[in-house]
Write a protein that binds this ligand. Structure first.
Ligand SMILES: Nc1ncnc2c1ncn2[C@@H]1O[C@H](COP(=O)(O)OP(=O)(O)O)[C@@H](O)[C@H]1O
Ligand SMILES: CC(=O)N[C@@H](CCC(=O)OP(=O)(O)O)C(=O)O
Length: 295
């Protein structure tokens, strides 16, 4: 099949546009949070895996942290339980914790590992229990109706420490770490941690160049549903206070902000429903979501 010369030149131009980005991000760590909602379409999943392999092949160090909220809800339903969330965090009793470990540490993790490997990468799946590398403690959430009181939401954790050696070792041997957001407590107990929080802390610990949170919206939207392409700390506070940002977007935006305040060069909330969103964000002049800056 002969190629139309102008199409061929356009393709070459897009490839050429990637060069400065490849040079700038060579050997840099990019932490990518792959949200459960962005994981539903087969073609998108293949595209995601291919993009991750491409980034690794051109010399970057992609580290994938995945979610799986909707997938946990599906299995809970099959065992007759209803998922419940308070301030974006899943209420996690003992039985729910078992389901979370099965879905995140098992099904979802191995599916992503497999997808990346089928596309020519060398992915290795981990939970925070492996090498005890994600340490956690029980998280309490504030009771908004009763100031000063907390709500106990069960086996939900917050990260206390991340030991980066295991991830760095995998990176240095050309493996791609794929991490499920499960932490381990002082007594070996498992904690369910919001995947955005794990991705943010990991990005800080690894001194990542970028934190990219892939989700199922165009980015952060204003009250009219229009995309906000750039946000600062002050504006985020305002949008949370007036209810424009709610639910699962609260831990996401807080994480993105904490990361840039703590040394990650840039945080992005981008649309995982756009094919090759990762490549567009990292290797082209085109932004595909919301860029979060400290000020
Ligand atoms: N201002 C906002 N802009 C975009 N999404 C918002 C906003 N406020 C709340 N949301 C909700 O946050 C959701 C993303 O969080 P979540 O469902 O936890 O995603 P993920 O599974 O990718 O982590 C969106 O689908 C949307 O319903
Ligand atoms: C404490 C808490 O809420 N944990 C999350 C972990 C998975 C996750 O974060 O998945 P998404 O990124 O797909 O939302 C949960 O149980 O759903």
């Amino acid at each position: 099949m002969s190629l139309n010369p102008s199409t061929a030149i356009e393709k070459a131009q897009v490839l050429s546009e990637a060069l400065p980005y490849i040079q700038r991000f060579f050997d840099k760590t990019i932490v990518i949070k792959y949200g459960g909602n962005a994981m539903t379409d087969e073609k998108l999943k293949q595209g995601f895996a291919r993009d991750v392999v491409l980034l690794k092949t051109v010399g970057m160090n992609p580290v994938v942290v995945h979610g799986g909220g909707p997938q946990i809800n599906d299995l809970l339903k099959r065992v007759g339980k209803q998922g419940e969330f308070i301030q974006g965090m899943r209420v996690t009793d003992r039985e729910t914790m078992d389901v979370v470990e099965m879905v995140l540490g098992g099904l979802v993790n191995k599916e992503i590992v497999n997808l990346i490997n089928q596309n020519g990468g060398k992915a290795v799946g981990l939970t925070g229990k492996d090498g005890g590398f994600i340490r956690a403690r029980k998280m309490m959430v504030k009771n908004v109706d009763k100031p000063g009181e907390n709500i106990d939401i069960g086996h939900v954790g917050e990260v206390t420490e991340i030991f980066p050696e295991l991830v760095s070792l995998l990176d240095s041997r050309d493996f791609i770490p794929v991490i499920a957001p499960i932490g381990v407590g002082e007594h070996g107990e498992a904690y369910n941690i919001n995947a955005d929080l794990v991705a943010g802390k990991l990005a800080e610990t690894l001194k990542a160049e970028k934190l990219i949170l892939l989700t199922n919206t165009a980015g952060v939207l204003d009250k009219e549903g229009k995309l906000l392409t750039g946000l600062t700390a002050a504006r985020v506070d305002e949008l949370i206070a007036n209810g424009t940002i709610s639910g699962g977007m609260i831990p996401k935006i807080s994480t993105a902000l904490d990361a840039v305040k703590n040394g990650v060069k840039s945080s992005h909330i981008i649309d995982g429903r756009v094919e090759h969103a990762l490549l567009l964000e990292i290797l082209t002049d085109q932004g595909v979501g919301t860029l979060i800056r400290a000020n």
